[in-house]
Design a protein around this ligand. Structure first.
Ligand code: NOJ
Length: 546
């Protein structure tokens, strides 16, 4: 029997830990479970409710751990299962829930299933766990269809040791063969993997590529030669994204999780065409919540933001799900940088732009954006380092780039390493306390300018980004109007978003560069920038009692 559910996830602020870059416990230059464990008090004091840890499983790291070779263990460079148990126990003692990443669309090519498949005959049970097909053309030397890998190049490869010469599907890197979700054995295996982790004490799963598991039968051609996973598909009935049949999978997962005594939750990573499509993943008998990437993709523009907020809430509330809000994650350009590029920064979640970044503008907007996000009804996701005001590191030396996009694009697209640079904790010089004193160099170099952005240097400074996040999260916990629920827009100048939440809370966001007058009589609870005679400066936000 399940415990009575608290629905904690409806209002939760969940902090994404990109494990390799969070904190290094053993001094090898990579973040790890031990480093994270020692920083749990930091996260508790920040005021988040839960953490989501990116994949920690054994992996050859062809795609930052999203290429899993064993789903029931911890990657040695990150720690061990006993360290994971300790982490869970300590997190729970601090009242922090722990969500882990589940990667069901593909395994690593080093996974025993894939190795067995390569060594087996075409048509065998082992091959049927993946998507193998003969090639096109008289000698089968052309891929079976025109699908593209998200990281560039064709979505098909032939295993070097595959005597049968068949092609296998990989929507991501060649080291990430797609599983065949038409196969009941794949279903059974993932239900079992999830039970393993729930029994160990995790509080939920973030579902990687939740919109990708089912492919159209017959694998028809796409007809276009470039699509980006971090852009939603521009059409419905796409041959491999957001297919209707994925929902049956999530209904069975929900039955499993509801029957488990853990009070656990699912969050979907689904890049889909519109909020209505997203809402289909969070119907009452499917997943609990889903990242709202429309909010993340939205430019700093009042009418557009309002439209996204309204359409997200309408679609999600129609199925009884909470809205969620997110500004950054380990796949997208950090939002300080996006907002600091007023002309090109909003064109997509990853901008390969040459427009100079106005850091001061980006930071000002980021301060306002977090107050907006945390005041909206529902849950919110934070990405490590945004509470420090970190920006995208766009000048990493090319020889250090590790995102598969860099190689797969023929060195034309640098990829996502710039948002994955290790966190600066303390001190005046790199590695800024990322690991123990004699630590190896972090796997990616940190900008020297981050000396003013460390946790240590911002702590106690009332004007810092960190203290803004801490104050906002403290207020969010204590104010009865915040978290899940509803909101009302109030009349305001065109450049201002003004809304009320009951009881007694107003949020005002000024998206213009000119100051505006705050609603009369309202008492500021928290502001993202200094007020001058009751006037809210440009690109700033205020929380008011009202
Ligand atoms: C989405 C993850 O967030 C991303 O980092 C990864 O590369 C792809 N899925 C493939 O697993």
């Amino acid at each position: 029997m399940s415990e009575p559910t608290t629905d904690w996830w409806r209002s939760a602020v969940i902090y994404e830990v990109y494990l390799r870059s969070f904190a290094d416990g053993n001094g090898d230059g990579d973040g790890d479970v031990e480093g994270l464990r020692t920083r749990l008090p930091y996260l508790r004091d920040l005021g988040v409710d839960a953490i989501w840890i990116t994949p920690w499983y054994p992996s050859p790291m062809a795609d930052g751990g999203y290429d899993v070779s064993d789903y029931r263990d911890i990657q040695p460079r990150f720690g061990s299962l006993s360290q994971a148990r300790l982490l869970l126990a300590e997190a729970h003692a601090h009242n922090l829930k722990v969500i882990i990443d589940l990667v069901p669309n593909h395994t690593s090519d080093r996974h025993p299933w894939f190795q067995e498949a390569l060594a087996s005959e075409p048509g065998s049970a082992a091959r049927n766990r993946y998507v193998f097909r003969p090639g096109r053309g008289p000698d089968g030397s052309a891929p079976p269809n025109d699908w593209r890998s998200v990281f560039g190049g064709p979505a098909w490869s032939r295993g070097p040791d595959d005597v049968a010469g068949q092609w296998y599907l990989h929507l991501f890197a060649p080291q990430q063969p797609d599983l065949n979700w038409e196969n009941p054995e794949v279903h059974a295996e993932f239900l079992d993997i999830m039970r393993f982790w729930l029994d160990l004490g995790v509080d939920g799963f973030r579902i990687d590529v939740a919109h990708g598991l089912i492919k159209q039968r017959g694998l028809p051609d796409l007809g276009v030669d470039h699509e980006d996973v971090m852009e939603p598909p521009d059409r419905l009935n796409h041959p491999h994204w957001d297919r209707e049949e994925v929902h049956e999978i999530y209904r069975s997962w929900r039955r499993m999780i509801d029957a488990h005594p853990a009070d656990a939750t699912f969050v979907a990573e689904a890049w889909v065409a519109n909020p209505k499509q997203l809402a289909r993943y969070v119907r009452p008998d499917e997943l609990h919540s889903a990242f709202n990437f429309d909010f993340l993709r939205c430019s700093w523009h009042p009418a557009r933001l309002r439209e996204v907020i309204d359409s997200s809430m309408a679609a999600l509330h129609a199925v009884g799900a909470p809205a969620t809000w997110v500004l950054s994650n380990h796949d997208v350009t950090r939002h300080v940088t996006r907002y600091g590029r007023p002309h090109t920064g909003a064109r997509g979640p990853r901008t390969e732009s040459t427009e100079p970044v106005n850091l001061e503008l980006g930071l000002r907007r980021a301060r306002a954006a977090v107050l907006l996000m945390l005041a909206l009804p529902g849950g919110a996701y934070l990405y490590q380092g945004e509470e420090l005001g970190l920006w995208e590191v766009e000048d990493l030396p090319e020889e250090l780039l590790q995102d598969p996009t860099w190689e797969r694009s023929g060195h034309t697209v640098r990829g996502r390493d710039g948002c994955r640079v290790p966190i600066p904790w303390s001190g005046d010089t790199p590695p800024f306390g990322f690991g123990p004193a004699a630590t190896a160099r972090p796997w990616l170099p940190q900008p020297t300018a981050w000396k003013d952005y460390t946790v240590e240097s911002q702590s106690g400074d009332p004007h810092s980004m960190l203290e803004l996040y801490r104050s906002a999260l403290r207020l969010r916990r204590s104010h009865p109007a915040l978290g899940d629920g509803t909101m009302r827009w109030l009349d305001a100048p065109a450049e201002v978003l003004l809304f009320a939440r009951d009881p007694g809370f107003l949020c005002a966001v000024n998206l213009s560069s000119e100051p505006v007058k705050l609603p009369g009589g309202a008492e500021p609870l928290l502001v993202s920038a200094p007020l001058d005679r009751g006037r809210l400066p440009g690109d700033a936000a205020a929380w008011l009692s009202g």
